[in-house]
Design a protein around this ligand. Structure first.
Ligand code: GLC
Ligand code: CA
Length: 524
């Protein structure tokens, strides 16, 4: 029986970009297995982005079989070896569960589209044209309209993402049961839980009414509308509870991908509502991605979020993933990314590290014509290739990712930022993540414990954590210049890992964007 409170850090593997072991230029299951020891130095749980059979129009988020692997990634026995070896090292394994849609190549959809009378017809959302047009005005998060006309049966089908990703009809109990069976299939094979994809679109307006156009909104763009109909339907909580209960049959955990939206009120209540549906269920906390990098924005935001957390819930804190610009690029530099890593690992909750962020990887530049992401500019996510460039393992050809031609170009920074060289460098970004994970692993109470913001004067954020009889203060300098503080205790870690920081007391000069952890009292 697992619990979120047992996990010190979650590590997201984007399999396609992680490690290629057979020279075809794409990462594979064996590549993940090869690096479990490495992963175990920064986390004790892994989330695997989809490895399932897929035409790879959305790199695995378009699934043509939920219970088989894409041949380029490997076989069931490769996977069983991965799970066994992960567990032997104390790493939990989370699969990606994509319940909202399938690939148009999935057998369910090929049946569904074959005739209006097919038994799977109602597994997807089919509607008649209205006056020769789409059944409503919904637009896709991948760009373009959300409806595709299918001449075979003269109806439109709904797709909240690419047209090759038709939405399943969650109002149909048979669909829910089919997803439950898929969950059981993986839980029975030893998986510890699921990261659940894009849950906000699972429930929609049952009457498929139009979304309201924003005043002056662009009718062709996702941002042009108030999305009160195409997402967050009333049954969302019920659907989440259903999946959480299925996971719980075998002690599994869920973490929900949910981006809140102003149409449904303040952000935090939306997150709290979902993560308190069941004890084994939590949500990612993505809101900080939208905050300016100031001590006040982070201090106020985090304090308010944590103060309102439903009792006993443990959020998963996330500053990067395969859909978001790399932390270093988003926040303007490595020092800033290190500061955020300090926050992520010292706040209540579970940090989630996107592979490569622990090396300080930055967005890759993708030469014209070499982009692979099929999402277009009018959706909510577009051009996600830069954050998906191959992992940088060492300074050899292709950063050690592949002996073949990598599916996306390797970032030119790999000579200085790679796992091998950073392992030997006591002040590297990797050394920081390892130090932070070690610190957290010494006491799971980091994930709980009390939390209080002490202040953010001079753009220095100070907060206090107390648990197990010890009190820690974390000071973070959000300025791009030095600032001196009184420590009021003994420093135990700096985001810059500067020599001699350990044991420092009294007066201390924080470097630009430096963050430090101080243990109260003069005992280490
Ligand atoms: C989620 C995934 C994203 C994917 C989308 C559709 O947002 O993180 O990568 O494209 O869902 O499945
Ligand atoms: Ca491969």
């Amino acid at each position: 029986m697992s619990s979120w409170s047992d996990i010190n850090a979650l590590y997201q593997v984007y399999p396609r970009s992680f490690q290629d072991t057979n020279g075809d230029g794409t990462g594979d299951i064996n590549g993940i297995t090869q690096h479990l020891d490495y992963i175990a130095t920064v986390a004790d749980a892994i989330w695997l982005s989809p490895l399932y059979q897929s035409p790879q129009k959305d790199f695995g988020y378009d699934i043509s079989s939920f219970v088989a692997f894409a041949p380029e990634y490997g076989t069931m026995s490769d996977f069983e070896a991965l799970v066994a070896k992960a567990h032997a090292r104390g790493l939990k394994v989370f699969m990606d569960l994509v319940p909202n849609h399938t690939s148009d190549q999935h057998e369910w959809f090929t049946q569904s589209r074959s005739s209006r009378n097919n038994s799977k017809r109602d597994w997807y959302v089919w509607r008649d044209p209205i006056d020769g047009h789409e059944p409503n005005n919904w637009v896709s998060m991948a760009g373009g309209k959300s409806w595709e006309y299918d001449a075979v049966t003269g109806q439109y089908y709904l797709h909240s993402w690419l047209k090759s990703q038709p939405d399943l009809n969650w109002q149909n109990p048979a669909v829910r049961e089919a997803i439950a069976d898929i969950m059981r299939f993986w839980l029975t094979r030893g998986v510890d839980g699921f990261r659940v994809d894009a849950v906000w679109v699972l429930a929609k307006d049952p009457d498929y009414r139009d979304d309201e156009l924003q005043p002056g909104g662009d009718a062709g763009a996702y941002s042009g509308y108030r999305h009160t109909m195409c997402r967050n339907g009333e049954q969302l909580g019920e659907y989440i509870a259903f999946m959480a209960d299925v996971a719980n049959e075998q002690g599994g955990l869920l973490v929900l991908e949910y981006y809140s939206t102003p149409e449904f009120g303040d952000s935090f209540p939306q997150l709290y509502a979902l993560q308190s549906v069941r004890k084994n269920c939590t949500t990612f906390f993505f809101d900080p991605l939208n905050w300016p990098l100031t001590a006040q924005a982070f201090g106020d935001g985090i304090a308010a979020y944590i103060a309102g957390l439903p009792v006993g819930t443990i959020p998963v804190i996330c500053f990067g993933n395969h859909d978001q610009p790399r932390m270093v690029s988003r926040y303007g530099g490595e020092a800033q990314a290190r500061l955020l890593a300090m926050l992520e690992f010292t706040l209540p909750g579970v940090p989630c590290v996107y592979n490569g962020d622990e090396l300080g990887m930055e967005n890759g530049s993708i030469p014209p014509g070499q982009g692979r992401d099929g999402f277009g500019g009018t959706g909510i996510m577009a051009g996600r290739d830069p954050e998906r460039t191959p992992m940088q393992w060492n300074g050899t050809k292709n950063a050690g990712f592949s002996v073949g031609t990598p599916w996306l170009p390797v970032h030119s920074q790999y000579k200085t930022h790679n796992a091998a060289s950073e392992s030997d460098d006591s002040v590297s970004v990797l050394a920081l993540y390892r130090a932070l994970f070690t610190l957290r692993a010494q006491s799971v109470a980091w994930g709980r414990g009390t939390f209080a913001v002490l202040g953010y004067g001079n753009n220095i954020l100070a907060y206090e954590r107390a648990f197990n009889g010890a009190t820690y203060t974390v000071y973070s300098n959000f300025n791009d210049y030095e600032h001196s503080i009184e420590l009021g205790g003994t420093a135990i870690c700096s985001s810059l890992l500067v020599t001699g920081i350990n044991g420092a007391t009294g007066h201390y000069v924080l470097a630009p964007f430096e963050s430090i952890i101080v243990k109260k009292g003069n005992q280490q």
